[in-house]
Design a protein. Structure first.
Length: 106
C-alpha cells in the first residue's frame, strides 16, 4: 500500500496501520532495553509486554471486522448490479458525467 498508485486508506485502515506501527515501535523499545536490570524495569517490561499482547489480540479482531464489512459491501454491490444492471450502468454513467463536468470546469 505504499505505492503512489494504491487506493487511499479508509479511516479504519489507517487506524489499524497506526496501531501496528505503535506496537512495532514499543516492541523495538522493549528489545532495546532487554539488558536493563532492576525490579522496576523488569516489572515495567512485563506490563508493557502484556499490554502489547492484548493490543495485538484486539488488532486482529478489528482487522477481521474491517475485512468482513468490506466483504459485505462488495457482496451487496455485486448483488445490486446483478439484480439491476441497467440502473447500475445509468448511475455509473451519471457519476462519470458529473465528475467530467466538474473537472472540466477547472
Amino acid at each position: 500500500m505504499s505505492t503512489a498508485q494504491s487506493a487511499p486508506l479508509s479511516s479504519e485502515e489507517k487506524l489499524v496501520h497506526d496501531i501496528k506501527s505503535v506496537i512495532a515501535d514499543a516492541e523495538d523499545l522493549l528489545n532495546a532495553t532487554a539488558d536493563q536490570t532492576g525490579d522496576k524495569i523488569v516489572s515495567l517490561r512485563a506490563r508493557i509486554q502484556e499490554r502489547l499482547k492484548d493490543a495485538r489480540t484486539r488488532l486482529v479482531a478489528a482487522e477481521a471486522v474491517l475485512l468482513e464489512k468490506t466483504r459485505a459491501a462488495a457482496r451487496a454491490t455485486d448483488t445490486y448490479v446483478h439484480e439491476s444492471p441497467w440502473q447500475a450502468v445509468g448511475i455509473g454513467a451519471g457519476i462519470g458525467f458529473l465528475l467530467g463536468f466538474i473537472l472540466g470546469r477547472r
